[in-house]
Design a protein around this ligand. Sequence first.
Ligand code: HEM
Length: 412
Amino acid sequence: MPVAYDLRSPAFIADPFPTLAEMRRDDPVHWSDSLGGWVLTRHDDVRQGLRDKRLSSDRIRPFVDHMDGEDRALVDELGESLGHWAVFNDPPVHTRLRGLMNKAFTTRAIQGLRPNIQGIVDDLLDDVEAAGRMDVIRDFAYPLPATVIADMLGVPRRDVDNLKKWSDDLGTFVLTSRVNPDKYRLAAHGIREMTEYFQDLIAERERNPGGDVTSGLIEAHLEGDRLTADEMVSNCILLLFAGHETTTHLIGNGLYALLTHPDQLADLRENWQDQKLVQNAVEEILRWDGPSLAGVRVAGEDVEIRGKRIKKGERLFLFNAAAGRDPELFPDPDRFDIRRKEAGRHVNFGYGIHFCIGAPLARLEGEIALTTMMRRFDDWTMEQPKLDWSDSIIVRGVHALNVSFRPVKQAA
Ligand code: HEM
């Protein structure tokens, strides 16, 4: 008799790992009534699933087609824009969009951002230093990536708060599968505002090109091919959207992991000058409790995995978080160890053709954030009595993380 796991329960959201471990051991390709789809939990299966051409990333169109009633018009509107997002497309459309985006979003361009990111990190920490306490999410991990991606896109800083609000409204649809009666209206409003915003920004950059990613997307061409106006707007929104909430949670989950593992925190505090160690700590955070809980695919044809028959049109939830704790790959997988040698083999950035385009940026932001927090502050103490985890099976992170610390006296 298969066990019925409730993957929407608050207990699962708060700590999914014991349930995922049980599923990975007993039923690695599990039909979940609570999610209405298949749940894959083994590292090997998740990785294979992410590169399986028979599993489609186009999960927006089938959803739109199934909608009826009064929400249909709102969902149509959402589908119109999200349908151009690279992440929701399969080849050949994905290949073309990704190829053009890669032209504007290069690893070299990202490495050049180091001084800018350091400046933003220092400004944010300056603001909380005197108080000796902060809500890591509100005061640091939330504004940091939003400001970084806005700067990259050439969005003036004064507009960041508005864009963030619209992007969060869109998140109610893209990231939360739970029923929220207002979510379609909120999300459609968010995307409408962002579409208008980026249409104006793109028109401005067409007149006055700059060195930003938006200008890069306008310029980008491959064998005479270019992004259409709608594709440009949609993928600017994708970059803005994908570029911040995940990175917020990398920093939030990371600090939480360190606070609950004082030996690891002490090691990092003592050795923050060791860049390789900090980089490995970022990988271990991604493996142990990364922001990406699961990726979603839709079977494009009937598929068999470990003897289970997955029918065309059924959804699959590939749990990146479960893959990161697979004992086949990671010895003693529940142990959080910033010196773990194989930490980087996690799949929290996905795998295959949709591998996160922002991974080098997120890694850089994580490294600079951790190094600077460890360098500037000591005596880190958690002051958050109860954690409120994001109500999503796609992303994982907390809404608030209050901490106190003591500023370290800098040598003159
Ligand atoms: C720690 C932070 C991040 C995590 C854990 C993360 C995770 C992921 C994952 C798992 C995917 C694959 C989705 C799939 O296969 O369906 C993905 C794709 C993507 N990510 Fe990230 N991401 C992060 C940060 C960023 C940043 C900073 C940006 C951009 C500024 C970004 C932009 C994108 C884009 C555009 C895609 C779609 C790529 C494609 O479809 O080809 N991400 N990300």
